[in-house]
Design a protein around this ligand. Structure first.
Ligand code: ADP
Length: 490
């Protein structure tokens, strides 16, 4: 099985969130099953040295999007196809935002170029002779890759099948209808059964309409997306394709997130040597300048600071957390109001609350390895990865019962306690009152060392790898061979 992954991010090269982790880890897991995967991403500046040492395999200039090339390179266990177009991608910082913090005004062109090259490689393949490679499946991730399946299906019949995965329905790739001609699309595609979405173009909708199959990143989120509350306007489109739509749970790269060998930790540990873990807690408290006794729980947050993540509710209940004698360390970046709110809270309680505004991969590992509990009070959460890292590192997740959080954490309720299966704390619905009660329950449980350490060991042994989900993707790809050659065409 040959699969072309198409995405805007891939760890460790370019990462703003969980998408990058998945686009990096899933190909490696698929490789274990015998599949051959190439990952197509834009050649941002962080990839310049790989472009310089790579092999140029393809060159296109369709007049609309300019000179586009594909450079092949191998790095970090991945086979990369880098879309090389300096006029579109050679910009520093965040892959989507300019220095003013707003979307780049030509994002429709930047990601149309990604879709265009994906469709070309899916149709014609790359390389020559023995090293030629043509994918059986084009797998588009999120709106940035959404035009890939559309361009492929709107051209002459092609053998490659298509899958689109929704990592977060909140990002829909909306652009004004005046961009239609610039994208080299015709008004035929611009209607309600095509890529028109309430008068705009939606790249995500293009990916959903023209893909043979649609997936999202957890079974619960797949069900939620069919409701107006979570579907964000796409519930009808997804409902119409419900037979082609499934949820497959994300996993964790067990080599990157491995407490037994993680170089970012002050001390490595596994479920059988939990006492070692306390050196990480001490290191974490030192780094944030906190003073917290070992009998008080240390909560942590590693997150984008946005409304989705519900951290405004955590701000609201901080007095309760402090009243219970607990501490908090937070690493994140995002909304100005949330950044200011947490910084002010840290200034008010400098020995109990520590805040780092920014992005720090290594510190995020230490936080999972040193804090007692990771708080994720999301209003919606397609899958969530930080609770999976928390499980693996014995940092018990305290989560809202939505999306993938509902699928991966077992709440310490009476039944789970009696059965000895709990791995964390859940609350529902997502309100600050329910969050505060969950924090209370967590603080109570923390006082019972035997209970807490039992939960830690169980959490650390909970399977969070990619094995079964990689098999599920492989089965999905294999099932596509039954789809007729002409695919779906409007
Ligand atoms: P989302 O994709 O919605 O941001 P996920 O939980 O799926 O949420 O993935 C977030 C990923 O980004 C995780 O790998 C998490 O550790 C990482 N992350 C988020 N914020 C930061 C930060 N400020 N510093 C380091 N890593 C971060």
């Amino acid at each position: 099985m040959k699969v072309l992954f198409v995405a805007s991010e891939c760890a460790p090269f370019v990462k703003t969130g969980g998408l990058a982790d998945v686009v990096s880890a899933l190909p490696k897991a698929l490789k274990e099953t015998g599949a051959s995967v190439r990952v197509m991403i834009p050649a941002y500046p962080a990839l310049a040295s790989l472009v310089a040492s790579g092999r140029e395999l393809l060159r296109e200039d369709d007049g609309f999007l300019g000179d586009l090339r594909i450079t092949a390179a191998s790095a970090e266990g991945l086979e990369l196809l880098l879309v090389t177009a300096p006029h579109l991608y050679n910009r520093p910082g965040n892959p989507y935002l300019g220095p003013d913090g707003r979307d780049w005004p030509d994002n429709h062109l930047r990601f149309a170029a990604l879709g265009r090259m994906a469709a070309i490689v899916a149709r014609k393949g790359i390389g020559r002779g023995k090293s030629s490679w043509r994918p059986d499946v084009l797998h588009a991730h999120d709106w940035q890759a959404g035009l890939g399946p559309a361009f492929l299906r709107l051209g002459p019949p092609a053998a490659a099948r298509t899958v689109t995965t929704i990592h977060n329905i909140a990002f829909q790739g909306l652009f004004g209808p005046e961009q239609l001609a610039l994208l080299n699309l015709t008004p035929t595609e611009f209607h309600i059964e095509g890529l028109e979405y309430f008068g705009n173009i939606s790249f995500l909708k293009a990916g959903l309409v023209w893909a043979d199959r649609i997936t999202t990143v957890s079974p619960t989120y797949a069900r939620e997306l069919l409701s107006p509350e979570f579907g964000m306007g796409f519930e009808g489109i997804l409902g119409a394709r419900a037979g082609d739509f499934t949820g497959i749970l994300n996993g964790v790269d067990l080599d990157v997130w491995n407490p037994v060998a993680d170089p970012a930790l002050a001390a490595n540990f596994g479920p059988n040597d939990l006492p070692e873990r306390s050196a990480n807690r001490r290191e974490l408290l030192d780094r944030f300048g906190l003073d917290l006794g070992s009998n008080a729980p240390l909560f942590c947050v590693v997150s984008r600071l946005t409304r989705q993540k519900g951290l405004d509710m955590l701000l609201e209940v901080l007095p309760r957390l402090l009243a219970r004698g607990a501490g908090l360390v937070l690493l994140g970046t995002g909304d100005g109001d949330l950044e200011a709110g947490f910084k002010a809270a840290a200034a008010d309680s400098p020995t109990r609350i520590g805040v780092r505004i920014g992005y720090d991969e290594s510190l995020s590992h230490l936080m999972q390895g040193g804090a007692d509990c990771i708080v994720i009070p999301s209003r919606f959460e397609p899958c969530g990865l930080t609770q999976l890292y928390g499980l693996r590192y014995g940092c018990l997740p305290l989560v809202a019962r939505v999306g993938g959080l509902a699928d991966t954490v077992i709440d310490l309720n009476e039944a789970a306690r009696a059965a000895g299966v709990a791995t964390g704390f859940q609350f529902s619905p997502t309100t600050s009152t329910n969050l505060a009660s969950a924090i209370d329950r967590c603080c109570d449980a923390f006082r019972d060392r035997e209970l807490w350490e039992g939960m830690m060991r169980r959490a650390m042994r909970h399977p969070v790898g990619w094995d079964s989900s990689a098999e599920a993707y492989l089965a999905l790809y294999s099932g596509l061979s039954a789809v007729p050659e002409s695919g779906k065409c409007i």
